[in-house]
Design a protein around this ligand. Structure first.
Ligand SMILES: [Zn+2]
Length: 232
């Protein structure tokens, strides 16, 4: 079969799968959501969840549990940072800091937020590390973000214990530390006055990039959880 015939066949089989929902679940699995699954609506291939909950999952790393807010995590971050500073000579902390530095170094040149659309999740994650390096964010802050999420989860009476949720929560904090791109222009008006135009762009905090970023951070920082459990 020629490659174009193969392609045609693939497209027609994909069309059938999208438009023929005979073996799909009709309702979203999230209780008590009554929306149809995207497959049932003929809008996609997801047989378990509706569009709203798919989007929720992309943002939060869970179909049902919302992300912790920055203000919820803040006391844990400060506590973790203080504990890590006093323990910064400990081998596990030094190891984590070195691993974060390695991520900074390996990240290549920073990419402006304006140029991120179209890049792969991996490239976007690299761009975040590069941005942290450029802003001279102390690697200990990254380690503290990781520890803060572990502490928050351990104090939460209804935590989502999935690794993915954990990773996404850490990634959101790291993403926030990296900040966005800010541009500012000044124009001279005819009457001599000045007009200032500013433009702010923050990369959107959702999707695969958060999983990549979170698992890289986890790998770098995993060894320090014990230290802070003792310290806290
Ligand atoms: Zn739903």
């Amino acid at each position: 079969m020629s490659s174009s015939a193969q392609r045609q066949q693939r497209i027609s089989s994909l069309r059938k799968r999208i438009s023929g929902p005979q073996d799909t679940y009709e309702r979203c699995r999230v209780y008590p959501c009554t929306n149809s699954t995207t497959a049932d609506r003929g809008e996609g291939l997801n047989r378990l969840y509706c569009r709203k909950h798919i989007e929720f999952y992309r943002r939060h790393g869970s179909y049902v549990k919302r992300s912790y807010s920055a203000s919820e995590l803040r006391p844990f971050r400060l506590e973790a940072l203080a504990a890590l500073k006093t323990a910064c000579g400990a081998q596990d902390v030094m190891l984590a800091v070195a691993s974060v530095r390695k991520l900074y170094r390996a990240a290549g040149a920073p990419i402006e937020a304006f140029r991120l659309p179209g890049k792969s999740p991996r490239e976007r994650a690299q761009a975040t590390w590069a941005q942290l390096r450029q802003r001279e964010v102390d690697p200990l802050e990254v380690v503290a973000a990781w520890v803060a999420v572990q502490r928050q989860l351990s104090e939460d009476p209804q935590p989502d214990r999935h690794e993915e949720y954990r990773h996404v929560q850490v990634a959101k904090l790291i993403h926030r530390m990296a900040g966005g791109a800010h541009k500012r222009w000044e124009h001279q008006r005819a009457d001599g006055g000045t007009v200032v135009t500013t433009l702010h762009k923050h990369p959107i905090s959702r999707g695969r990039v958060l999983r990549v970023l979170g698992s890289q951070a986890a790998k770098a920082c995993e060894s320090v959880t014990l230290t802070v459990r003792c310290g806290g």
